[in-house]
Write a protein that binds this ligand. Structure first.
Ligand code: GLA
Length: 385
């Protein structure tokens, strides 16, 4: 990848790159749709992601070329006349981040040539947008010697999505991309912003990722609607309990207070969040005990809850969960926002199918979509290479 990136950079800008960076995608093992409710999440950074090569310019232009969007050619962002972005293309994420840096008095003092290449499927629930934002933030921090913690980088990335892209996403994705650790999962409390690294080195098990190839544009999805429901419910419960975030509420408090929420749909959505948060705490203990069977059960419960209570799954994801469990997986579930995207399945090595071809064929027949399959390992977060 690095060799190709170098060649591409020289072809595009006629100059050799000076530095290289890598930012991973992520999957969430469990703790879904809890990070905007102050709950726990348990994601890992992946070994696939986005690569950047950088060279310095002597003007005030940030030039960006992405191998994934060749048809867009070279984008030129002028540092001195920088405005907030107006679209939601990949370059708008970069422009948004540059604008956020400017607002935070973290100026870019000279121009850069940036080339991007990726082995991360896009719009597939493995967080290509947060990977891009954290990559650019990390690269700017390094190029301009800025004093910015990984947490700040994650917060800036979230800010860009929330304020410029109209997506009210939580902190999980940029956080794990900025803090990821090889062979570990990140157990994050999204309210207090404290985290533990939990060993996740699979030797007798394999974690499989299946990309439904059902495109999912979060901005157009019902994601923001779920966030809004959580915010409303939190306000209602705050009339009865001194809570900061929804996930401060215990299961028994939820049972006592749920009728205050009014309609049945809201109650079922909030039930998902409260129980998913509890499940995540228990699933983390199961991981620490190396109890993969129990961990798998939690994955299945999580999926059922996302499917029936939170209603963010889709027929493609449900099909893949059912089929992987039938093939011998200990657990399987959608990961990320849902509505398409990616499914994960945890197999004991002795039950891992030699080939997934029948599943690939069945999926194609059922949905007329190509199934993409990867093996996932927990990897380091964003870094310079
Ligand atoms: C998306 C968001 C995250 C999180 C997940 C659901 O990936 O970016 O903040 O809310 O959905 O768990």
């Amino acid at each position: 990848m690095k060799k190709n990136l170098n060649t591409l950079h020289q072809e595009i800008y006629k100059v050799k790159p000076k530095d290289h960076y890598f930012s991973p995608g992520r999957i969430n093992l469990i703790g879904e749709h809890t990070d905007y409710a102050g709950g726990y999440v348990l994601p890992i950074a992946l070994s696939i992601g986005i690569y950047a090569a950088v060279s310095v310019r002597d003007d005030k232009v940030i030039a960006v070329y992405s191998d994934d969007f060749k048809d867009q050619g070279i984008h030129e962002i002028h540092i001195e006349t920088l405005e907030p972005p107006t679209g939601n293309d990949y370059i708008d994420y970069i422009q948004g981040l540059l604008h956020k840096f400017k607002r935070e008095q973290c100026p870019c003092t000279h121009g850069l040539n940036i080339t991007l290449m990726s082995d991360l499927p896009k719009a597939s629930g493995v967080s290509s947008s947060a990977a891009l934002l954290v990559l650019i933030g990390y690269l700017l921090r390094d190029q301009f010697n800025l004093d910015l913690s990984p947490l700040k980088l994650a917060r800036y990335a979230r800010f860009v999505e929330n304020h410029y892209l109209n997506l009210h996403s939580g902190i999980m994705d940029p956080f794990v991309i900025a803090h990821g650790k090889q062979d570990h999962a990140i157990y994050l409390n999204s309210e207090r912003m404290t985290y533990e690294t939990i060993p996740f080195k699979l030797t007798d098990h394999t974690l499989i990722l299946m990309n439904t190839n059902k495109p999912r544009t979060l901005v157009d999805s019902d994601y923001n609607d779920r966030v809004y429901t959580v915010q409303q419910a939190t306000r209602i419960f705050q009339n009865y309990r001194p809570i900061e975030a929804l996930c401060d509420l215990s299961v028994s408090d939820f049972h006592q207070l749920k009728d205050r929420l009014g309609d049945a749909k809201t109650i079922q959505r909030i039930e998902h969040v409260i129980f998913e948060n509890e499940r995540t705490k228990q699933a983390k203990e199961a991981l620490l005990d190396h109890d993969f069977t129990l961990f798998g059960d939690f994955m299945v419960q999580s999926h059922e809850s996302l499917r029936y209570l939170y209603e963010v799954s889709c027929p493609e994801l449900d099909y893949l969960v059912t089929e992987n469990l039938r093939l011998g997986a200990l657990g399987a579930r959608m990961t990320g926002a849902g509505f398409g995207g990616t499914m994960i399945a945890l197999y004991p090595n002795e039950r891992l199918p030699k080939t997934f071809q029948p599943l690939i064929d069945g999926y194609l027949k059922a949905f007329n979509r190509r199934l993409e399959i990867f093996t996932a390992t927990a990897s380091d977060g964003v870094n310079k290479r």
